[in-house]
Structures are given as structure tokens and as C-alpha cells.
Design a protein around this ligand. Sequence first.
Ligand SMILES: Nc1nc2c(ncn2[C@@H]2O[C@H](COP(=O)(O)OP(=O)(O)OP(=O)(O)O)[C@@H](O)[C@H]2O)c(=O)[nH]1
Ligand SMILES: [Mg+2]
Ligand SMILES: [Zn+2]
Length: 387
Amino acid sequence: MPCISSFFRGCWSAAFLRPKNNIKGANNTTMTDLKTYGYIETEDIQEGLIPGRVTELRRERFTVMTGYGEVTAVLKGAFYHSADTRSDYPCVGDFVLLQYNGNGDSLIVTVLPRRSKFSRADYSGHAAGYAKTIQEQVVATNFDYVFILTSLNLDFNVTRIMRYLTQVRQSGGQPVIILTKADLVDDYNPMLAEVINSIPDVPVHAICSHTSLGLNELAPYLLPGKTAVFLGMSGVGKSSLLNALMEQDVMKVQAIREIDSRGRHTTTHRQLFMLPSGTMVIDTPGMRELGLFEAGEGIHASFGDVEEWFGKCRFADCRHQAEPGCAVLAALEDGSLPRERWEHYLTQQHEHKYVQDRTGYLISKRARDKMTVMQGKQTKKNGGWKK
Ligand SMILES: Nc1nc2c(ncn2[C@@H]2O[C@H](COP(=O)(O)OP(=O)(O)OP(=O)(O)O)[C@@H](O)[C@H]2O)c(=O)[nH]1
Ligand SMILES: [Mg+2]
Ligand SMILES: [Zn+2]
């Protein structure tokens, strides 16, 4: 996948386009400078359309920030015909072009190119044939930072952080690891050290949203016009951090269940908020399990130190199992490649392959179905005889 961020930087200029004045219902409305929402003008916008940023999505209805303030919007009918897959539909964080309606729902016509996108594999997809298919679920778009939140007291798990990281590394956003609830452990330094040791190239911060401990460390990311998306399991404190940064309770927060120490899935939809600092935060519902989606590039970025050994194997097609002259096996033997790291790598590769096989199945099934329909039409045309 090409680097989305560098592509986008190239094609967006810095000028801000004011909505056109000749749009119905636009008079007497306070203008919002959409640039403060991270909007950068791309090219000339078709007459009658204005740009906006999706801040909330509930069922089929979108909330979009525009030059005229917040509006509700739905997709224009034609959108359904032009979109190929579900991932083409607008998502929280997207910049869109819409037909403004001062008296009701505006109509979303286009989604502008995304400069970053975080996706996960959605296993809930319908069964096609006998195989369960896996679809891409876009969680958030157009962010600068991805905050991966994990609580220090319960379920602290470096492997899980690494899974998130693999997916974040191909999103186009910069990962930041946030260890929450520092007040609930006597000494968080050993855990902080464990993360830094396993993931040396990503910034890590230990915080407490209740006492504001460590929140000042986040200031370098919280700059005007920037967007951060919060990801992590339910109950780790995503909405609590948002409320602390907002300096008011904008999102509901709920105690985790005592029986199994799990979150209650308090946040049920994604929403973009504007912090007093001028930074935008996208709060997301906690995920049960993060499924890797098209993670090849992310795995490559996360495990460069592992893949480096492959070039040193005697055979180019070495599978690193029992082959003579295998550099990986030798490195595992003498400890230069830690066994745990190799196992993390294999696990992520294994899942990546599984998802690829299933999505590949879906694509080829669609192609087969299309072919069958076309053959059917051809047969009818030929008077019921196959040629
Ligand atoms: N002691 C302590 N508790 C915290 C902290 N941050 C969050 N909590 C508590 O953790 C529980 C869950 O917090 P939420 O902010 O709702 O978690 P969430 O990640 O938004 O959860 P979902 O919306 O379900 O994904 C609440 O009871 C919070 O009060 C913290 O820094 N210290
Ligand atoms: Mg929440
Ligand atoms: Zn080998």
C-alpha cells in the first residue's frame, strides 16, 4: 500500500475555501472556519457543494461540521451506486462534499481522499457459501496520531499492544502508547520498562485521568488542527482521558464489571470532539479483539529486525523450520533473535495469511457469481442454448 500521508501532503494546498454564498439557507449563519477542523482545500469544488468533516455517525445519519456549523446529513442516493465496498462509505473523521440544506438533512455526495485510515478485520460478516468472510471495517480516518490505550492494572499485555501497533503502522498516523490508571498500581515503572524494551521506537506515556498525572506529557501531540484517535479495549479509560482533556464530561464513563474485570462497552459509537487546545479527538467504542486487516506492510514495519535474518539463510526459499544453513534457527539457538519475538512474528503472520485467504475467497466468489449471472444472460439470449 502506498504511504497515504505523503500522497496527501502533496495534493492538499494550505488555502481554506469559504463555502459559496449562493447556497440556500446560508444567510445569517455563523461561519465556522473549517480549517480549524483540519480541512485543507484540495481543488475547485463543484458549484452547489460545500466541504465538511464527519464528526459523528449513528445508524444512517451523519453529523457533519461545515462552514455553517454542525449539520445532519444522509448519503445522496447516487452514492450507493458509486461506492464499491463498505470501506468507501463516510466514516468519522472523513472530509466530505455535501449539498447543504438549511431546513433538513444535507446530502453527502463525495468522500474526499483520506490521508490516514485505521481499519480492522470484521469477522461478523455474513457467511458466503460455507466460509465466513472477513470484511474491512474502517474505524476512523484523517488523524495524525493514534493513541493506543492499555490500563496498567488489569489485562496489561504487551503482545496486545504489538497487535494494535502492527495495524496502526499502516494507517498513516503516528502511534503513541498510553498506559492508563497509573494511580492503581504501586509502581508502574517495571511495566513502562517492559513496553519500552519490547517497542523501543514508539513513545510511551503513563497517565492517570483522575489526577492528571502525566497528561502534560501529551501536550506535544495536542496541537491545534491535529487529530488523535483513541483505541483500546473496553474499560481502559479512553472516554475518561477525553473528558480530562476536554475539562468537562462529554462522554459517559462507567465502572468496569467486578466479576471479570472487563469493560462494559460504555461507548457505543464513534465521535469527534474539539478540545479547548484546538486538537480533535476521536473517541471509539472498546474492541473485544482487534482483527488484523491487510497487515502485511504493518508486520514488515514492526518486525524489520526479524525479517533481516531471512536474507542470511542459505536458501532463498527457506521456511526456517529445519533447513540447513537457516540463519533464523541459528539466531534463535544463540539467542541473538529472542524466541518470544519470533513467536510474535509467526502469530501475526499466521493471522494475516488467514485473513488474506478469506478475503481472497470473497473476491473470487464475487467474480464467480458475476460470471454465472453473465453466462445465464448469454444462455437466455441464445434461446436457452449454451454455446
Ligand atoms: N483509578 C482510575 N480509574 C480510571 C482512570 N481512567 C478511567 N478509569 C475508570 O475506568 C472505568 C472505565 O473508563 P472509561 O473511560 O469508560 O473506559 P473506555 O475505554 O471509554 O470504555 P468503553 O467506552 O467501554 O470502550 C471507569 O470506571 C473510569 O472511572 C484512571 O486514570 N484511574
Ligand atoms: Mg468509552
Ligand atoms: Zn531460514
